[in-house]
Design a protein around this ligand. Structure first.
Ligand SMILES: *[C@@H]1O[C@H](CO)[C@@H](O)[C@H](O)[C@H]1NC(C)=O
Ligand SMILES: *[C@@H]1O[C@H](CO)[C@@H](O)[C@H](O)[C@H]1NC(C)=O
Ligand SMILES: *[C@@H]1O[C@H](CO)[C@@H](O)[C@H](O)[C@H]1NC(C)=O
Ligand SMILES: *[C@@H]1O[C@H](CO)[C@@H](O)[C@H](O)[C@H]1NC(C)=O
Ligand SMILES: *[C@@H]1O[C@H](CO)[C@@H](O)[C@H](O)[C@H]1NC(C)=O
Ligand SMILES: *[C@@H]1O[C@H](CO)[C@@H](O)[C@H](O)[C@H]1NC(C)=O
Ligand SMILES: *[C@@H]1O[C@H](CO)[C@@H](O)[C@H](O)[C@H]1NC(C)=O
Ligand SMILES: *[C@@H]1O[C@H](CO)[C@@H](O)[C@H](O)[C@H]1NC(C)=O
Ligand SMILES: *[C@@H]1O[C@H](CO)[C@@H](O)[C@H](O)[C@H]1NC(C)=O
Ligand SMILES: *[C@@H]1O[C@H](CO)[C@@H](O)[C@H](O)[C@H]1NC(C)=O
Ligand SMILES: *[C@@H]1O[C@H](CO)[C@@H](O)[C@H](O)[C@H]1NC(C)=O
Length: 795
């Protein structure tokens, strides 16, 4: 609650601070002319399924005065409605405004809602059907609360910086996996509300994410992500394209700068890439407080400023149209885009009706939960668990007589009465220093020493999500201990536990010792480390006393394990990620073999942090001018995560796509079939953009299949992965994945489709995706390094 209040204060400060003197000659030197100007802003076209909503929106906007159009382009501070943001309305014409609410993994900060598994957890499930169903239930909860826009899914940060604080909010640092899950999530959410694909774009570190809000008078600006055009297309923009293809109704521009131009006034990004090349038909909303100019941001393609705007309020835009500084068509387009998305996906009459401003004041209960979502909540939690070590079939557990449980992460947070921010369990640093909320407010607004952090570990309760606006509010927390106790009741197991000490004593009669640790991560702060020493000490302390030690890590991001992984007493390790409220139940299902684990790592776990090279850490400025204008040069191109490991010949501890199960699978009969009818010219046919870009990018060029047999003794789902060696690119890039359940002895055909985009590279001269002639190695495997079948596709 306290923290939430602070967050609000922080947001409200934005306006005050931005009126301070921020100009200097350096600003002009750094900020101008480094990002290509693209004007004018493309108007909404009403393509495809937008036509009905577009026509209605045009008609409504036609009846509005310029003051009324202006009124709906920015947020109001409401005294009665608790939305993260609410836009102005046009009461005269019956448009009530739109309510926008956090976030991508569940409705946050209110009551009577569910906490779903977070993005990274869904990434680890590699399950498109499940991701779709989850998003559908999620969207319906937003709608029942009267929310028009659910602020998610997250496709950026993609996870370039390994210590990046928000990497857990999105699905994976692979653009194909992220894009596939992003596309289905947008479709699922938009069965009820408007989805908001965020954060556009290259928002890859929290350090220096915004100008230091609490240091008025400072010249410091946000970090600039300097990204070349090829990398932009092949990595960062890729999943955004899937979102637009899926019909996404809104997009959020990010805090930081791209090529030194702030994301919310970057015309190349909004007018050029999003609305031009990708044919986006929705509206662009600023991240909270990310608007830094008036007419410039409107002309560059920003449509809605949140949570308020000192630049656009009081009729500024309509006056700007009057005196000729802003085109009438731009103001019309801003209003039309907002109203069209509203008509198409969420024309709610009473926005925000289920969101009181304070939960501690009397209010009507609006139950957003649907009992039918239970199965999906649990199954999403189950499938994001990744088993990475399992010696001598230590798992699954089979009616153990005596289990010992350890670790601060085994039990739920002790108090939860207010508004959830996901940091309620992170109240002190491992050295005992309590968290100081003033300091946190400085950290999350880039006003503290860039090397200061939020706690990297949540010591005060099991981790079910990371922290910040991407967290979600649980209806309850089923902690590991709760679920193990229920199972102990069924099996007659004797339990012994110590969730307090870092050096607990172990009863030598324990059949197994399970240690629960976590790795916390939050918006506003990059992580202090990839393996916190406190948790490592705890694991080693138990392992020294127990020869059947199992480690469960609730990790909101990559977690290294090399400080103890080779200890023979450690027989099983589970990356349990961020499972939401059904955490314990899901864990017990996996550890007791009620379901075989089917999760796979959506990232690479290195042996040591330095193996990530320059991508380990956020950019911290050094040098003279860079002190004010931090520069992050994305010189590695598309070579992040497994592509970088393969390029440099580094063997990871656990590679991308890795994960064990309780059975074994055999692969055979790779078949490649190129469609002889389909166009394989160098340039994609056609030149007419539609929503999602050139339609021919989705032409299916080849169909691949193989046969997978369950050769073990238990039922399990296999997740077959297809990698392609696109000529001139990384050795392998993920271009397909299929998950299917198989009974023991059963075989199934696994089928993949490769589209033109999947096989193309971005040509900066042609400004297009090009398809090269030659041999494309096709790899099918259990992970990027465990390749089972290889052949070549010839074009
Ligand atoms: C604003 O910044 C300029 C450039 O550094 C400086 O000359 C001027 O004095 C500042 N004005 C105020 C009011 O601080
Ligand atoms: C950023 O600059 C690079 C190099 O000049 C250029 O390739 C790229 O298109 C620019 N991107 C944006 C968004 O300005
Ligand atoms: C602008 O929006 C606010 C908030 O919805 C509303 O109270 C006000 O009447 C609107 N102004 C106009 C001119 O419609
Ligand atoms: C809008 O105008 C009102 C009344 O003139 C003024 O009090 C307020 O400060 C203005 N708001 C902004 C954001 O400029
Ligand atoms: C036009 O009006 C806007 C809003 O009042 C103002 O910021 C801008 O300076 C004006 N431009 C000209 C050329 O008068
Ligand atoms: C802002 O810039 C100053 C140099 O003027 C630098 O010393 C300081 O570390 C920067 N502040 C932050 C929060 O990065
Ligand atoms: C949080 O956990 C730490 C470590 O166990 C403990 O020192 C601290 O007192 C706890 N804080 C609260 C408020 O319970
Ligand atoms: C493994 O556990 C046994 C107790 O079962 C202990 O004696 C031994 O030292 C432990 N080994 C390691 C490497 O911790
Ligand atoms: C592990 O420890 C248990 C109990 O101390 C003992 O019975 C068992 O033989 C040990 N197993 C191994 C492989 O050392
Ligand atoms: C980033 O690239 C620019 C232009 O090439 C260069 O001047 C600057 O030193 C680089 N910054 C860092 C931190 O590498
Ligand atoms: C798939 O593989 C299994 C096991 O080798 C085999 O029995 C089955 O006939 C194969 N299916 C096809 C369609 O060839």
């Amino acid at each position: 609650m306290k923290l939430f209040a602070l967050w609000l204060v922080v947001i409200l400060q934005v306006r005050a601070v931005w009126s301070q003197n921020q100009s200097s000659y350096l600003e002009h030197f750094w900020s101008y002319g480094r990002s290509e100007p693209v004007y004018p802003s493309p108007d909404i076209e009403g393509w495809g399924n937008w036509i009905v909503a577009y026509t209605k929106a045009k008609a409504l906007v036609h009846q509005m005065t310029n003051e009324e159009k202006n009124n709906l382009t920015y947020g109001y501070n409401s005294m009665t409605i608790g939305c993260s943001g609410i836009s102005g309305g046009v009461p005269r014409l019956g448009f009530p405004g739109i309510c926008l609410q956090d976030a991508e993994n569940g409705v946050r900060g209110t009551d009577m809602v569910n906490a779903y598994a977070s993005g990274l957890h869904i990434g680890a499930s590699w399950n498109k059907e499940l991701a779709y169903t989850r998003a559908s239930y999620l969207g319906a909860e937003f709608k029942r609360k009267g929310i028009n826009v659910a602020l998610g899914p997250v496709a950026g940060p993609i996870g370039r910086v390994v210590r990046g604080g928000r990497n857990w909010e999105g699905f994976s640092n692979d653009p194909y996996l992220s894009g596939a899950l992003t596309g289905v999530s947008v479709r699922g959410l938009q069965t009820s509300v408007i989805a908001c694909i965020k954060h556009l774009i290259a928002n890859e570190q929290e350090t220096y994410r915004m100008p230091p809000m609490f240091l008025p008078g400072s010249f410091n600006q946000s970090v600039s992500s300097n990204v070349d055009d090829k990398t932009m297309h092949e990595l960062y923009l890729w999943p955004f394209q899937d979102a637009v293809k899926a019909g996404v109704g809104s997009a959020m521009c990010s805090y930081q700068r791209i090529n030194n131009s702030y994301a919310c006034q970057n015309s190349k990004v909004m007018n050029g890439l999003l609305k031009g090349e990708l044919g986006f038909q929705g509206f662009v909303v600023s991240d909270w407080g990310a608007q830094h100019t008036g007419i410039a941001s409107a002309a560059a393609g920003l449509d809605l400023a949140m949570p308020s705007s000192s630049y656009w309020s009081n009729g500024t835009l309509s006056l700007s149209v009057k005196n000729g500084s802003l085109a009438q068509t731009r103001l019309d387009d801003m209003a039309t885009r907002i109203i069209a998305a509203w008509y198409r996906y969420a024309p709610l009459e009473d926005p925000g009706h289920g969101l009181p401003t304070s939960l501690l004041l009397p209010h009507r209960l609006v139950d957003a939960r649907d009992p039918r979502s239970k199965q999906t909540l649990l199954q999403s939690a189950v499938e994001g668990h990744v088993l990475v070590k399992n010696i001598n079939n230590a798992l699954p557990l089979r009616n153990p007589k005596f289990l010992s449980l350890f670790g601060y992460d085994g039990v739920a947070i002790r108090q939860f009465t207010g508004t959830w921010m996901g940091l309620d369990n992170s109240l002190s640093y491992p050295d005992g220093t309590p968290v100081d909320y003033i300091k946190i407010a400085h950290i999350i607004t880039s006003s503290a020493d860039p090397n200061s952090h939020l706690p990297g570990v949540a010591l005060n309760g099991t981790l079910i999500s990371g922290g910040g606006s991407g967290s979600n509010t649980p209806a309850y927390i089923d902690a590991p201990f709760d679920a193990f106790q229920r199972q102990a009741y069924e099996d007659g197991t004797f339990l012994s536990w110590d969730f307090s000490r870092v050096n607990p004593q172990v009863n030598p009669a324990s059949e197994a010792c399970i240690v629960f640790i976590n790795e916390q991560s939050s918006e506003g702060s990059d992580r202090p480390d990839l393996a916190d020493p406190y948790s490592d000490e705890l694991v080693v302390s138990v392992a020294n006393q127990c020869n059947n030690t199992m480690v469960v890590i609730h990790n909101a991001g990559i977690r290294l394990v090399d400080n103890w992984i080779d200890n023979d007493n450690i027989t099983a390790v589970v990356f349990a990620h961020v499972p939401g409220q059904d955490s314990g139940r899901a864990l017990v299902d996996v550890m007791y073999g009620k379901q075989s684990p089917s999760g796979r790592l959506p990232y690479t776990v290195a042996r040591k942090a330095s193996d990530y090279g320059s991508l380990l850490n956020p950019e911290v400025s050094s040098g003279n001018q860079n002190i004010y204008y931090p520069q992050s040069n994305f010189t590695e191109g598309a070579y992040i995560d497994y592509k970088a490991f393969e390029l440099q010949g580094i063997t990871p501890r656990y590679e991308f796509g890795y994960g064990l199960t309780y059975t074994s699978f055999a692969y055979s009969q790779l078949a490649i079939q190129r469609d002889p009818e389909v166009n394989i010219e160098y340039l994609p046919p056609g030149s007419t953009i539609e929503e999602g870009g050139l339609p021919s990018l989705w032409d299916v060029i080849a169909r691949i299949s193989c046969n997978v047999t369950n050769t073990g003794a238990v039922a399990a789902a296999e997740m077959a992965q297809l990698y392609v060696g696109v000529p001139g690119g990384p050795k392998k890039v993920l271009r397909g994945f299929v998950k299917q359940s198989l009974e023991p002895g059963q075989w199934k055909e696994f089928k993949f489709e490769l589209t033109r985009r999947d096989l193309s590279t971005w040509d900066v001269t042609k400004q297009n995706w090009i398809l090269q002639r030659g041999g494309y190695p096709i790899y099918i495997g259990k992970s990027v390094l465990s390749i089972q079948l290889v052949d070549t596709l010839r074009l």
